[in-house]
Design a protein around this ligand. Structure first.
Ligand code: PBG
Length: 329
């Protein structure tokens, strides 16, 4: 790299005025960069706040228009659906995941029917909203079984694809599930249903508020370290992505977001595939609560989101995505 020398070179010259700063900006945010997570709740006419996530709500199906209309108007490409499941519908195997009238399936049918392809629909493939122990798979002696769990995930994927899901997002971290899900989708006529693999999902304390939002927090026994990744590792992250690409993933997710910018950039450098970053619930809560208390100003939101773009993310799953019009202003 060649560079000039002070005093003929003064980098502050181009920083003096706003027009000039805008002229040389390397990164920016557009609505196309966002995926909006939506929490669903049983019942009618509810828009229910979530204590640990100020500004985020759970919606009943008949209130979904509130949030979907706005997402489409703001040109957000895709929403991700997450159900709050009542305890009485949970069991140790998470069989509610395969109920074609579960909340996610109802929401998929409703949104697809009403909005067609105006917006993409993404769903988690994992059992944690449906299990009484809060784990993403089938539990035996406190260990999440891999191959047995995959069999259920395949059926969950096929069901969600049938109900209108455009992008299946396995977030369970079982080994080998992308390949098995891809093969089953293809065999059953869902060749064009995409897979966004949560290839890199770290066992993280930043998921706390999400587990609150979907009602699995108090149920969760132990932690998820025997399937989610160890945050001390980065080479392992590249191995995860390599496997999932071979198995047929269309895109990969890195999660959590901000503490893992190095991983986003490594994946982008090494594989040149679409990389999504998840600004998870804990990151959201830290920002939202600090802003509410006046500890930091809301410029911190844009600053954090731009960091994902700088690192190389193609899009960001963010609980702020429904307020972008305000944030980008
Ligand atoms: C579960 C799932 C989690 C998140 C998305 N899908 C939590 C977990 O693995 O326990 C976290 C998202 C967030 O914290 O915003 N499969």
């Amino acid at each position: 790299m060649i560079t000039g020398k002070f005093p003929s070179l003064r980098l502050r010259r181009s920083r003096k005025n706003d027009w000039s700063r805008r002229l040389i900006e390397e990164n920016s945010l557009s609505p196309n960069d966002f995926i909006l997570p939506i929490f669903l709740i049983e019942g009618k006419n509810k828009k229910q706040s979530i204590k640990s996530m100020p500004g985020v709500y759970r919606y009943t199906i008949n209130k979904l228009d509130l949030v979907i209309d706005r997402a489409i108007k703001n040109k957000i490409p895709m929403v991700a659906l997450f159900p709050y499941t009542e305890n009485k519908k949970k069991n140790s195997l998470g069989t509610e995941a395969l109920n074609e009238n579960n909340l996610v399936c109802q929401a998929l049918r409703y949104i697809k029917n009403r909005y067609k392809n105006q917006i993409g629909l993404m769903c988690d493939v994992a059992l944690d909203p449906y299990t009484l122990h809060g784990h993403d798979g089938i539990l035996k002696s406190n260990y999440v079984l891999n191959d047995e769990t995959i069999e259920v995930l395949i059926n969950q994927s096929l069901l969600q694809a049938e109900m209108g899901c455009d992008v299946l997002a396995p977030s369970d971290m079982m080994d080998g599930r992308i390949g098995r899900i891809r093969t089953s989708l293809d065999k059953n006529g869902y060749k064009l249903t995409q897979i966004l693999s949560y290839a890199i999902k770290y066992a993280s304390s930043f998921y706390g508020p999400f587990r609150d939002a979907v009602g699995s927090k108090r149920l969760l026994k132990g932690n998820k370290k025997n399937y989610q990744m160890d945050f001390r590792n980065s080479n392992e992250a590249l191995r995860e992505v390599a496997l999932d690409i071979k198995e047929g993933a269309d895109m990969v997710m890195v999660k959590p977001g901000l503490p893992y910018l190095d991983i986003i950039s490594l994946v982008k450098e090494n594989f040149k595939i679409p990389v999504m970053a998840y600004q998870v619930s804990g990151e959201y809560s830290l920002l939202a609560n600090a802003i509410n208390k006046g500890i930091i100003d809301n410029g911190a939101v844009v600053e954090s989101l731009i960091a994902f773009k700088r690192a190389g993310a193609n899009a960001i799953v963010s609980y702020y995505a429904d307020r972008l019009d305000k944030i980008l202003k």
